[in-house]
Design a protein around this ligand. Structure first.
Ligand code: FAD
Length: 338
């Protein structure tokens, strides 16, 4: 049976066997290595990696699952070995879970519009005798939610704080003809039961760092950033922090009330609301979140820790700016949401 060697970004070597008719993601899970992944059907792109050595075959997958920068890569959910393989993973060992991720039932407690084309969704865990009731996660993490009655799962980042009541708040942008979006827009109702899986993800604050922070959220990528800022407010954090919230149009800048409360709770918080295509009456920053990041760097005296969450184009633009300004890669924590 082919031997697979995974090389993580921080230099770890992890080895396991994988049959020729098995994909690498499943074989890794059988060996107790739960690699970042979601749809398992070649469309979300979360399990992309690079084969450094060896022969393999790829099953069918969506072209959009690999960004322009990742075209040389593979999707591990679709990749079957034809020889021993060495696979380079684009993340550190800490991103690999070593235990099965918890699946639990949760019920929709609230559904409300949240700005143009987005919904605020609140779920609450149904009681479970072994797991208890707490919604235990780190601000910035996400849960996978399955559409009721299907195996279709999508990732959504929590916008709230961990709590004892088992409550999860999400801000979900509705995508035209998207599977989960259509369920939310047309069928979902209070009381629906969903299977959740998580918490997952390493897009979390480095609490030990003393550097200023710049938190950038584009569109629905604002949800985990909001959770992080609520955490900082909860702890009355005093480090200089700047929020950049990027949207295409003013009406997509949801959660304005939350931002006002954060400004009062965190007096050192700077805020740039960046609108790419505003109406004529807009007096705030005009441009993308990456443009606002350039402006922020021009006025900041110290190199910040950068947290960026949003669609691939935003990530690529922000990473390019960070690279030009010599911000070391280890100071950038990024999460791609589409
Ligand atoms: C870690 C992470 C965190 C995330 N957090 C959030 C969050 O907090 N909030 C949020 O709103 N989103 C978040 N997302 C994105 C979310 O997981 C979904 O990708 C998003 O909601 C779209 O899901 P969907 O099922 O509605 O659309 P999908 O069914 O996945 O479709 C997406 C788009 O592709 C199009 N499409 C689908 N199939 C085809 C096809 N065959 N050919 C052409 N086009 C097609 C659809 O029309 C739609 O526009 C996150 C993603 C990740 C990875």
């Amino acid at each position: 049976m082919p031997e697979i060697t995974l090389l993580t970004r921080d230099g770890a070597h992890l080895e396991f066997a994988c049959a020729q008719d098995e994909n690498i993601l499943d074989a890794a899970a059988a060996a107790g290595l739960f690699l970042p992944s979601m749809c398992r059907e070649g469309s979300c792109g979360l399990c992309h990696a690079y084969v450094a050595e060896g022969a393999y075959e790829m099953g069918s997958f969506s072209k959009d699952a690999l960004s322009d920068a990742d075209q040389a890569g593979v999707l591990l959910c679709r990749c079957e070995p034809r020889s021993d393989l060495t696979v380079q993973l684009p993340y550190p060992q800490a991103d690999i879970q070593r235990h099965e991720i918890i699946s639990r039932e949760a019920v929709i407690e609230n559904l409300a519009p949240a700005g143009a084309g987005a919904m605020a969704v609140t779920l609450r865990y149904t009681p479970h005798e072994s797991f208890g009731q707490a919604a235990d996660f780190v601000p910035g993490q996400y849960m996978e939610l399955a559409i009721p009655g299907t195996n279709i799962r999508r990732a959504y980042s929590m916008a709230n704080l961990p709590n004892w009541d088992g409550r999860f708040e999400f801000l979900i942008r509705l995508q035209k003809n998207g599977a989960f979006s259509t369920y939310l827009a047309e069928q979902a109702k209070i009381g629906d039961m969903l299977i959740t899986r998580g918490p997952l993800g390493q897009f979390v604050l480095d609490d030990a760092s003393m550097r200023p922070r710049c938190l950038i959220g584009g569109g629905c990528g604002f949800a985990p950033v909001l959770s992080m800022l609520r955490h900082l407010a909860d702890f009355q954090d005093t480090q200089p922090t700047h929020l950049i919230f990027g949207a295409n149009r003013e009406e997509e800048l949801f959660a304005a009330g939350d931002i006002d409360s954060l400004r009062s709770a965190l007096p050192q918080l700077g805020v740039t609301l960046a609108v790419w295509r505003p109406e004529a009456a807009w007096t705030g920053f005009t441009g993308t979140a990456a443009d606002a990041f350039v402006q922020y760097l021009e006025t900041s005296t110290q190199t910040p820790d950068v947290y960026v969450c949003g669609p691939p184009r935003l990530l690529e633009a922000v990473l390019a700016v960070a690279h030009e300004r010599n911000i070391p890669p280890e100071r950038i924590i990024a999460e791609r949401v589409l």
